[in-house]
Design a protein. Sequence first.
Length: 494
Amino acid sequence: MTSAALLPEGWELVVGLEVHVELSTTTKMWCGCSTVFGAEPNTNVCPVCTGQPGSLPVVNARAVEDATLLGLALNGEIEPRCWFHRKNYFYPDLAKNYQISQYDVPLVHDGHLDVEVEQADGTLVTRRVGIERLHMEEDTGKSLHVGDTGRLHGADRSLIDYNRCGIPLLEIVSDPDIRDPETAQAYLRELQAIVRATGVSDARMEEGSIRCDANVSVRRLGEPLGTRCEIKNLNSVRSLGRAIAYEAKRQVAVLDDGGAIRLETRHWDEGRSVTETLRVKESVTDYRYFPDPDLVAVVSDPERVEAIRAGLPELPAAARARLVAAGLSPSQAVTVVAGGSLRVLDAALAAGADASRAANWLTGDVTGQLASSGVSLADSGLTGAHLAELDALLTEGTLSTKLAKQVLMALLDERGARSPRQLAHEEGLEQVSDEGELTRIVAQVVADNPGTVDTVRGGNDKAIGALVGQVMKATRGQADPRKTNELLRAAILG
Protein backbone atom coordinates (compact mmCIF):
# COMPACT_ATOMS: atom_id res chain seq x y z
CA MET A 1 0.00 0.00 0.00
CA THR A 2 1.48 3.37 -1.01
CA SER A 3 0.96 6.48 1.10
CA ALA A 4 -1.43 7.67 -1.62
CA ALA A 5 -3.58 4.58 -1.03
CA LEU A 6 -3.27 4.79 2.78
CA LEU A 7 -4.00 8.51 3.18
CA PRO A 8 -6.56 10.92 1.65
CA GLU A 9 -5.65 12.44 -1.69
CA GLY A 10 -3.04 15.17 -1.45
CA TRP A 11 -1.25 13.78 1.62
CA GLU A 12 2.12 12.03 1.81
CA LEU A 13 3.58 9.80 4.51
CA VAL A 14 7.25 10.28 5.48
CA VAL A 15 9.00 7.67 7.64
CA GLY A 16 12.53 7.19 8.92
CA LEU A 17 13.58 4.23 11.05
CA GLU A 18 16.01 3.94 13.93
CA VAL A 19 17.07 0.33 14.45
CA HIS A 20 19.09 -0.75 17.50
CA VAL A 21 21.17 -3.92 17.24
CA GLU A 22 22.78 -5.61 20.25
CA LEU A 23 26.10 -7.12 19.22
CA SER A 24 26.87 -10.75 20.04
CA THR A 25 30.18 -10.06 21.73
CA THR A 26 31.01 -12.19 24.75
CA THR A 27 31.75 -9.14 26.92
CA LYS A 28 30.23 -5.68 27.26
CA MET A 29 31.19 -2.48 25.47
CA TRP A 30 33.32 -0.95 28.22
CA CYS A 31 34.07 -3.81 30.63
CA GLY A 32 34.58 -7.57 30.90
CA CYS A 33 31.10 -8.47 32.15
CA SER A 34 29.29 -11.30 30.35
CA THR A 35 26.58 -10.52 27.80
CA VAL A 36 24.75 -13.89 28.17
CA PHE A 37 20.99 -13.44 27.79
CA GLY A 38 18.71 -14.75 30.53
CA ALA A 39 21.14 -14.68 33.47
CA GLU A 40 19.77 -14.01 36.96
CA PRO A 41 19.02 -10.29 37.39
CA ASN A 42 21.93 -8.07 38.39
CA THR A 43 24.56 -10.82 38.21
CA ASN A 44 26.42 -9.67 35.07
CA VAL A 45 27.39 -6.27 36.48
CA CYS A 46 30.48 -4.45 37.73
CA PRO A 47 31.51 -0.92 38.80
CA VAL A 48 32.05 0.13 35.17
CA CYS A 49 28.66 -0.82 33.73
CA THR A 50 26.82 0.46 36.81
CA GLY A 51 28.70 3.77 36.75
CA GLN A 52 30.45 3.60 40.10
CA PRO A 53 32.73 6.56 40.98
CA GLY A 54 36.30 6.09 39.80
CA SER A 55 35.54 3.29 37.33
CA LEU A 56 37.05 3.67 33.86
CA PRO A 57 35.67 2.28 30.59
CA VAL A 58 37.81 0.57 27.93
CA VAL A 59 36.53 0.16 24.36
CA ASN A 60 35.68 -3.38 23.21
CA ALA A 61 37.79 -3.77 20.05
CA ARG A 62 35.63 -6.64 18.75
CA ALA A 63 32.55 -4.41 18.93
CA VAL A 64 34.28 -1.77 16.78
CA GLU A 65 35.19 -4.41 14.19
CA ASP A 66 31.66 -5.82 14.14
CA ALA A 67 30.21 -2.33 13.72
CA THR A 68 32.61 -1.70 10.84
CA LEU A 69 31.66 -4.99 9.17
CA LEU A 70 27.95 -4.21 9.37
CA GLY A 71 28.56 -0.67 8.14
CA LEU A 72 30.35 -2.02 5.07
CA ALA A 73 27.53 -4.51 4.44
CA LEU A 74 25.16 -1.51 4.41
CA ASN A 75 27.28 0.27 1.79
CA GLY A 76 28.43 2.85 4.32
CA GLU A 77 31.51 5.06 4.50
CA ILE A 78 33.80 4.38 7.46
CA GLU A 79 34.94 7.50 9.30
CA PRO A 80 38.75 7.47 9.70
CA ARG A 81 38.56 9.05 13.16
CA CYS A 82 35.55 9.31 15.46
CA TRP A 83 34.79 9.89 19.15
CA PHE A 84 32.49 8.88 21.96
CA HIS A 85 30.27 11.41 23.73
CA ARG A 86 28.24 11.40 26.90
CA LYS A 87 24.52 11.76 26.30
CA ASN A 88 23.13 13.04 29.57
CA TYR A 89 19.71 12.17 30.87
CA PHE A 90 18.23 10.58 33.97
CA TYR A 91 16.31 7.37 33.77
CA PRO A 92 16.19 4.54 36.33
CA ASP A 93 17.64 1.92 33.97
CA LEU A 94 20.72 4.06 33.20
CA ALA A 95 22.76 3.77 36.36
CA LYS A 96 25.32 6.52 35.69
CA ASN A 97 22.76 9.05 34.35
CA TYR A 98 24.46 9.31 30.99
CA GLN A 99 24.82 7.02 28.00
CA ILE A 100 28.13 6.70 26.18
CA SER A 101 27.24 7.18 22.53
CA GLN A 102 28.44 8.99 19.41
CA TYR A 103 27.20 12.44 18.47
CA ASP A 104 28.46 14.54 15.58
CA VAL A 105 30.96 12.06 14.09
CA PRO A 106 29.58 8.48 13.83
CA LEU A 107 31.67 5.47 12.86
CA VAL A 108 29.62 4.88 9.68
CA HIS A 109 27.74 7.35 7.48
CA ASP A 110 26.11 7.69 4.05
CA GLY A 111 25.08 4.08 3.45
CA HIS A 112 22.03 2.66 1.74
CA LEU A 113 19.91 -0.46 1.53
CA ASP A 114 17.97 -1.67 -1.51
CA VAL A 115 14.78 -3.52 -0.62
CA GLU A 116 12.20 -5.39 -2.69
CA VAL A 117 8.59 -4.46 -1.98
CA GLU A 118 5.68 -6.54 -3.23
CA GLN A 119 2.98 -4.63 -5.07
CA ALA A 120 -0.75 -5.29 -5.10
CA ASP A 121 -0.43 -7.20 -8.39
CA GLY A 122 2.26 -9.48 -6.93
CA THR A 123 5.18 -7.87 -8.76
CA LEU A 124 8.28 -6.69 -6.90
CA VAL A 125 9.70 -3.18 -7.03
CA THR A 126 13.14 -2.26 -5.69
CA ARG A 127 13.39 0.83 -3.50
CA ARG A 128 16.51 2.41 -2.06
CA VAL A 129 16.51 3.64 1.53
CA GLY A 130 19.41 5.86 2.51
CA ILE A 131 21.23 5.24 5.80
CA GLU A 132 22.31 8.46 7.43
CA ARG A 133 24.52 6.92 10.08
CA LEU A 134 25.46 3.89 12.13
CA HIS A 135 26.94 4.73 15.49
CA MET A 136 28.15 2.79 18.52
CA GLU A 137 26.74 3.14 22.01
CA GLU A 138 25.78 1.07 25.04
CA ASP A 139 22.47 -0.46 25.97
CA THR A 140 20.57 0.45 29.12
CA GLY A 141 19.22 -1.79 31.86
CA LYS A 142 15.78 -3.33 31.77
CA SER A 143 12.77 -2.16 33.77
CA LEU A 144 10.13 -4.58 34.98
CA HIS A 145 6.90 -2.83 35.93
CA VAL A 146 4.98 -5.01 38.40
CA GLY A 147 1.22 -4.67 38.17
CA ASP A 148 -1.82 -5.48 36.08
CA THR A 149 -0.77 -3.50 33.00
CA GLY A 150 2.90 -4.51 32.77
CA ARG A 151 3.64 -0.85 32.04
CA LEU A 152 4.77 2.06 34.20
CA HIS A 153 1.29 3.53 34.23
CA GLY A 154 -0.71 1.46 36.69
CA ALA A 155 2.29 -0.44 38.11
CA ASP A 156 2.60 -1.11 41.84
CA ARG A 157 6.38 -0.92 41.69
CA SER A 158 9.27 -1.17 39.24
CA LEU A 159 12.28 -3.46 39.38
CA ILE A 160 15.56 -2.80 37.55
CA ASP A 161 17.88 -5.42 36.04
CA TYR A 162 21.24 -3.90 35.13
CA ASN A 163 22.54 -6.99 33.30
CA ARG A 164 21.85 -5.30 29.96
CA CYS A 165 23.67 -2.09 30.92
CA GLY A 166 26.77 -1.65 28.79
CA ILE A 167 26.02 -4.32 26.17
CA PRO A 168 27.40 -3.09 22.81
CA LEU A 169 24.63 -1.46 20.81
CA LEU A 170 24.54 -0.13 17.28
CA GLU A 171 22.01 2.50 16.25
CA ILE A 172 21.24 2.52 12.52
CA VAL A 173 19.41 5.67 11.41
CA SER A 174 17.76 5.72 8.00
CA ASP A 175 17.03 8.79 5.92
CA PRO A 176 13.33 9.79 5.75
CA ASP A 177 12.99 7.95 2.43
CA ILE A 178 10.14 5.59 3.30
CA ARG A 179 6.69 6.43 1.97
CA ASP A 180 4.56 3.43 2.95
CA PRO A 181 4.35 0.80 5.71
CA GLU A 182 5.33 -2.03 3.34
CA THR A 183 8.68 -0.44 2.49
CA ALA A 184 9.37 0.07 6.20
CA GLN A 185 8.65 -3.61 6.83
CA ALA A 186 10.80 -4.73 3.89
CA TYR A 187 13.66 -2.53 5.15
CA LEU A 188 13.51 -4.00 8.65
CA ARG A 189 13.34 -7.57 7.33
CA GLU A 190 16.30 -7.02 5.00
CA LEU A 191 18.32 -5.28 7.70
CA GLN A 192 17.63 -8.14 10.10
CA ALA A 193 18.75 -10.65 7.44
CA ILE A 194 21.98 -8.72 6.81
CA VAL A 195 22.74 -8.51 10.52
CA ARG A 196 22.36 -12.29 10.79
CA ALA A 197 24.38 -12.92 7.64
CA THR A 198 27.32 -10.91 8.99
CA GLY A 199 27.09 -12.79 12.30
CA VAL A 200 27.36 -9.66 14.44
CA SER A 201 24.06 -10.40 16.23
CA ASP A 202 21.34 -13.06 16.34
CA ALA A 203 18.86 -10.20 15.73
CA ARG A 204 16.09 -11.83 17.74
CA MET A 205 13.29 -9.31 18.19
CA GLU A 206 11.64 -11.48 20.86
CA GLU A 207 14.79 -11.17 23.01
CA GLY A 208 15.33 -7.48 22.27
CA SER A 209 18.61 -7.95 20.40
CA ILE A 210 17.11 -5.93 17.54
CA ARG A 211 14.61 -3.17 18.24
CA CYS A 212 12.97 -0.61 16.00
CA ASP A 213 11.68 2.94 16.47
CA ALA A 214 9.73 4.69 13.71
CA ASN A 215 9.75 8.45 13.10
CA VAL A 216 6.45 9.20 11.38
CA SER A 217 5.20 12.45 9.87
CA VAL A 218 2.74 13.52 7.17
CA ARG A 219 2.63 16.49 4.85
CA ARG A 220 0.63 17.85 1.99
CA LEU A 221 2.28 17.11 -1.33
CA GLY A 222 4.95 19.68 -2.14
CA GLU A 223 5.15 21.09 1.40
CA PRO A 224 8.19 20.89 3.75
CA LEU A 225 8.52 17.94 6.12
CA GLY A 226 5.94 17.85 8.89
CA THR A 227 6.48 17.47 12.63
CA ARG A 228 7.43 13.88 13.42
CA CYS A 229 6.37 11.58 16.21
CA GLU A 230 8.64 8.75 17.31
CA ILE A 231 7.01 5.37 18.00
CA LYS A 232 9.25 3.47 20.40
CA ASN A 233 10.30 -0.16 20.68
CA LEU A 234 8.23 -1.88 18.02
CA ASN A 235 8.88 -5.57 18.59
CA SER A 236 7.80 -7.19 15.31
CA VAL A 237 7.71 -6.45 11.59
CA ARG A 238 3.91 -6.72 11.70
CA SER A 239 3.66 -4.20 14.53
CA LEU A 240 5.88 -1.78 12.64
CA GLY A 241 3.56 -1.73 9.65
CA ARG A 242 0.39 -1.43 11.71
CA ALA A 243 1.81 1.33 13.95
CA ILE A 244 2.94 3.44 10.98
CA ALA A 245 -0.44 3.09 9.26
CA TYR A 246 -2.34 4.08 12.42
CA GLU A 247 -0.08 7.01 13.24
CA ALA A 248 -0.22 8.41 9.71
CA LYS A 249 -4.03 8.40 9.74
CA ARG A 250 -4.08 9.93 13.25
CA GLN A 251 -1.84 12.81 12.22
CA VAL A 252 -3.88 13.59 9.10
CA ALA A 253 -7.07 13.64 11.19
CA VAL A 254 -5.48 16.05 13.71
CA LEU A 255 -4.29 18.41 10.97
CA ASP A 256 -7.59 18.26 9.07
CA ASP A 257 -9.33 19.33 12.29
CA GLY A 258 -7.08 22.39 12.54
CA GLY A 259 -4.81 20.95 15.25
CA ALA A 260 -1.03 20.70 15.40
CA ILE A 261 1.27 17.70 15.74
CA ARG A 262 3.54 17.76 18.79
CA LEU A 263 7.13 16.56 18.65
CA GLU A 264 6.70 13.61 21.00
CA THR A 265 7.49 10.00 21.75
CA ARG A 266 4.58 7.57 21.46
CA HIS A 267 3.93 3.97 22.48
CA TRP A 268 2.26 1.36 20.24
CA ASP A 269 -0.42 -0.58 22.11
CA GLU A 270 -0.61 -3.88 20.24
CA GLY A 271 -3.80 -5.03 21.94
CA ARG A 272 -5.75 -1.85 21.17
CA SER A 273 -3.95 -1.09 17.89
CA VAL A 274 -3.32 2.56 18.78
CA THR A 275 -0.39 4.82 19.56
CA GLU A 276 -0.36 6.80 22.81
CA THR A 277 1.75 9.67 24.14
CA LEU A 278 4.68 8.62 26.33
CA ARG A 279 6.46 11.96 26.70
CA VAL A 280 7.10 15.20 24.88
CA LYS A 281 10.18 14.65 22.74
CA GLU A 282 13.49 15.97 24.02
CA SER A 283 15.60 18.11 21.70
CA VAL A 284 19.29 17.40 21.10
CA THR A 285 20.27 20.29 23.39
CA ASP A 286 18.44 18.64 26.29
CA TYR A 287 21.02 15.85 26.26
CA ARG A 288 24.03 18.19 26.76
CA TYR A 289 26.39 16.06 24.67
CA PHE A 290 30.07 16.42 25.41
CA PRO A 291 33.13 14.26 24.59
CA ASP A 292 33.74 11.45 27.05
CA PRO A 293 37.01 12.38 28.78
CA ASP A 294 37.78 8.75 29.68
CA LEU A 295 37.83 7.39 26.10
CA VAL A 296 40.26 8.01 23.25
CA ALA A 297 39.31 8.43 19.60
CA VAL A 298 38.54 5.39 17.44
CA VAL A 299 40.95 5.33 14.50
CA SER A 300 39.93 3.23 11.48
CA ASP A 301 43.10 2.55 9.53
CA PRO A 302 42.29 2.13 5.78
CA GLU A 303 44.20 -1.14 5.58
CA ARG A 304 42.29 -2.54 8.53
CA VAL A 305 38.97 -1.44 7.00
CA GLU A 306 39.84 -3.21 3.74
CA ALA A 307 40.79 -6.35 5.66
CA ILE A 308 37.37 -6.30 7.33
CA ARG A 309 35.70 -5.69 3.95
CA ALA A 310 37.44 -8.79 2.60
CA GLY A 311 35.67 -10.80 5.31
CA LEU A 312 32.17 -9.78 4.20
CA PRO A 313 30.00 -12.89 3.78
CA GLU A 314 27.47 -13.53 1.04
CA LEU A 315 24.68 -11.04 1.69
CA PRO A 316 20.97 -11.91 1.56
CA ALA A 317 20.22 -10.46 -1.90
CA ALA A 318 23.05 -12.48 -3.46
CA ALA A 319 22.02 -15.61 -1.53
CA ARG A 320 18.42 -15.34 -2.76
CA ALA A 321 19.56 -14.98 -6.36
CA ARG A 322 21.83 -18.02 -6.00
CA LEU A 323 19.03 -20.16 -4.55
CA VAL A 324 16.61 -19.22 -7.33
CA ALA A 325 19.28 -20.21 -9.86
CA ALA A 326 19.59 -23.55 -8.02
CA GLY A 327 15.88 -24.28 -8.53
CA LEU A 328 14.05 -22.68 -5.62
CA SER A 329 11.07 -20.42 -6.15
CA PRO A 330 11.57 -16.74 -5.25
CA SER A 331 9.25 -17.15 -2.24
CA GLN A 332 11.21 -20.20 -1.03
CA ALA A 333 14.47 -18.28 -1.36
CA VAL A 334 13.08 -15.37 0.66
CA THR A 335 11.82 -17.69 3.42
CA VAL A 336 15.07 -19.67 3.64
CA VAL A 337 17.29 -16.58 3.84
CA ALA A 338 15.03 -14.62 6.18
CA GLY A 339 14.38 -17.65 8.38
CA GLY A 340 18.04 -18.34 9.03
CA SER A 341 18.06 -21.79 7.43
CA LEU A 342 20.48 -21.00 4.59
CA ARG A 343 23.41 -22.73 6.29
CA VAL A 344 21.46 -25.98 6.69
CA LEU A 345 20.14 -25.85 3.11
CA ASP A 346 23.59 -25.18 1.66
CA ALA A 347 25.01 -28.15 3.56
CA ALA A 348 22.16 -30.35 2.31
CA LEU A 349 22.72 -29.30 -1.30
CA ALA A 350 26.47 -29.90 -0.96
CA ALA A 351 25.65 -33.43 0.24
CA GLY A 352 23.48 -34.09 -2.82
CA ALA A 353 19.93 -33.26 -1.70
CA ASP A 354 17.33 -32.08 -4.21
CA ALA A 355 17.12 -28.27 -3.82
CA SER A 356 13.36 -27.90 -4.10
CA ARG A 357 12.52 -30.82 -1.77
CA ALA A 358 15.03 -29.71 0.88
CA ALA A 359 13.69 -26.17 0.74
CA ASN A 360 10.10 -27.45 1.01
CA TRP A 361 10.98 -29.39 4.16
CA LEU A 362 12.77 -26.43 5.72
CA THR A 363 10.10 -23.85 4.93
CA GLY A 364 7.17 -26.17 5.65
CA ASP A 365 7.39 -29.13 8.01
CA VAL A 366 10.53 -28.01 9.86
CA THR A 367 9.41 -24.42 10.36
CA GLY A 368 5.96 -25.52 11.52
CA GLN A 369 7.15 -28.07 14.06
CA LEU A 370 9.87 -25.82 15.48
CA ALA A 371 7.40 -22.96 15.84
CA SER A 372 4.91 -25.16 17.69
CA SER A 373 7.59 -26.52 20.02
CA GLY A 374 9.33 -23.18 20.59
CA VAL A 375 12.72 -24.57 19.49
CA SER A 376 15.07 -22.66 17.20
CA LEU A 377 16.64 -24.29 14.16
CA ALA A 378 20.07 -23.85 15.74
CA ASP A 379 18.94 -25.88 18.77
CA SER A 380 16.96 -28.49 16.83
CA GLY A 381 19.87 -30.80 16.01
CA LEU A 382 18.85 -30.79 12.33
CA THR A 383 21.79 -30.68 9.90
CA GLY A 384 22.22 -30.51 6.16
CA ALA A 385 23.54 -34.08 6.25
CA HIS A 386 20.23 -35.19 7.80
CA LEU A 387 18.23 -33.60 4.98
CA ALA A 388 20.50 -35.10 2.34
CA GLU A 389 20.16 -38.58 3.87
CA LEU A 390 16.39 -38.18 4.10
CA ASP A 391 16.31 -37.17 0.45
CA ALA A 392 18.41 -40.21 -0.50
CA LEU A 393 15.99 -42.53 1.37
CA LEU A 394 13.13 -40.98 -0.57
CA THR A 395 14.94 -41.23 -3.92
CA GLU A 396 15.97 -44.87 -3.44
CA GLY A 397 12.44 -45.88 -2.45
CA THR A 398 13.17 -46.77 1.18
CA LEU A 399 10.71 -44.05 2.24
CA SER A 400 7.57 -42.62 0.68
CA THR A 401 6.87 -38.90 0.96
CA LYS A 402 4.51 -39.56 3.85
CA LEU A 403 7.02 -41.75 5.68
CA ALA A 404 9.83 -39.26 5.02
CA LYS A 405 7.78 -36.61 6.82
CA GLN A 406 7.25 -38.97 9.75
CA VAL A 407 10.99 -39.59 9.98
CA LEU A 408 11.69 -35.85 9.81
CA MET A 409 9.25 -35.11 12.61
CA ALA A 410 10.75 -37.87 14.78
CA LEU A 411 14.23 -36.52 14.08
CA LEU A 412 13.19 -33.05 15.26
CA ASP A 413 11.45 -34.47 18.33
CA GLU A 414 14.64 -36.10 19.53
CA ARG A 415 16.93 -33.23 18.42
CA GLY A 416 18.88 -35.25 15.85
CA ALA A 417 19.92 -38.04 18.23
CA ARG A 418 19.52 -40.61 15.44
CA SER A 419 20.07 -40.24 11.71
CA PRO A 420 17.11 -40.56 9.29
CA ARG A 421 18.29 -44.00 8.18
CA GLN A 422 18.54 -45.21 11.79
CA LEU A 423 15.11 -43.83 12.61
CA ALA A 424 13.47 -45.39 9.57
CA HIS A 425 14.97 -48.82 10.32
CA GLU A 426 14.64 -48.89 14.11
CA GLU A 427 11.09 -47.50 14.16
CA GLY A 428 9.88 -49.78 11.37
CA LEU A 429 9.11 -46.92 9.00
CA GLU A 430 10.87 -48.30 5.92
CA GLN A 431 8.68 -48.66 2.87
CA VAL A 432 7.56 -52.20 1.95
CA SER A 433 8.94 -52.60 -1.57
CA ASP A 434 9.73 -56.34 -1.56
CA GLU A 435 7.77 -57.59 -4.57
CA GLY A 436 7.00 -61.00 -3.08
CA GLU A 437 5.55 -59.56 0.11
CA LEU A 438 3.58 -56.89 -1.79
CA THR A 439 2.25 -59.46 -4.28
CA ARG A 440 0.87 -61.55 -1.41
CA ILE A 441 -0.85 -58.51 0.18
CA VAL A 442 -2.21 -57.30 -3.17
CA ALA A 443 -3.70 -60.76 -3.90
CA GLN A 444 -5.45 -60.74 -0.52
CA VAL A 445 -6.85 -57.20 -1.08
CA VAL A 446 -8.15 -58.20 -4.55
CA ALA A 447 -9.82 -61.30 -3.09
CA ASP A 448 -11.42 -59.29 -0.27
CA ASN A 449 -12.86 -56.55 -2.52
CA PRO A 450 -14.60 -58.22 -5.51
CA GLY A 451 -17.03 -55.35 -6.03
CA THR A 452 -14.29 -52.74 -6.37
CA VAL A 453 -12.32 -55.08 -8.62
CA ASP A 454 -15.35 -55.41 -10.94
CA THR A 455 -15.67 -51.61 -11.02
CA VAL A 456 -12.06 -51.26 -12.12
CA ARG A 457 -12.50 -53.94 -14.76
CA GLY A 458 -15.61 -52.08 -15.93
CA GLY A 459 -13.49 -49.09 -16.87
CA ASN A 460 -13.56 -46.91 -13.71
CA ASP A 461 -9.82 -46.44 -13.37
CA LYS A 462 -10.14 -44.13 -10.35
CA ALA A 463 -11.62 -46.96 -8.27
CA ILE A 464 -8.18 -48.53 -8.03
CA GLY A 465 -7.31 -45.83 -5.52
CA ALA A 466 -9.55 -47.51 -2.95
CA LEU A 467 -7.60 -50.74 -3.38
CA VAL A 468 -4.28 -48.90 -3.03
CA GLY A 469 -5.67 -47.53 0.24
CA GLN A 470 -6.43 -51.06 1.45
CA VAL A 471 -2.87 -52.17 0.71
CA MET A 472 -1.56 -49.12 2.55
CA LYS A 473 -3.74 -49.96 5.53
CA ALA A 474 -2.46 -53.54 5.56
CA THR A 475 1.15 -52.33 5.50
CA ARG A 476 0.61 -49.44 7.98
CA GLY A 477 1.24 -46.96 5.18
CA GLN A 478 4.59 -48.48 4.29
CA ALA A 479 3.85 -49.97 0.87
CA ASP A 480 5.57 -48.41 -2.15
CA PRO A 481 2.60 -46.62 -3.84
CA ARG A 482 4.06 -46.88 -7.36
CA LYS A 483 4.80 -50.60 -7.08
CA THR A 484 1.46 -51.23 -5.36
CA ASN A 485 -0.37 -49.60 -8.25
CA GLU A 486 1.54 -51.67 -10.80
CA LEU A 487 0.84 -54.95 -8.97
CA LEU A 488 -2.84 -54.17 -8.54
CA ARG A 489 -3.28 -53.42 -12.25
CA ALA A 490 -1.47 -56.64 -13.15
CA ALA A 491 -3.65 -58.69 -10.80
CA ILE A 492 -6.93 -57.12 -11.94
CA LEU A 493 -6.41 -56.38 -15.62
CA GLY A 494 -3.83 -59.03 -16.45
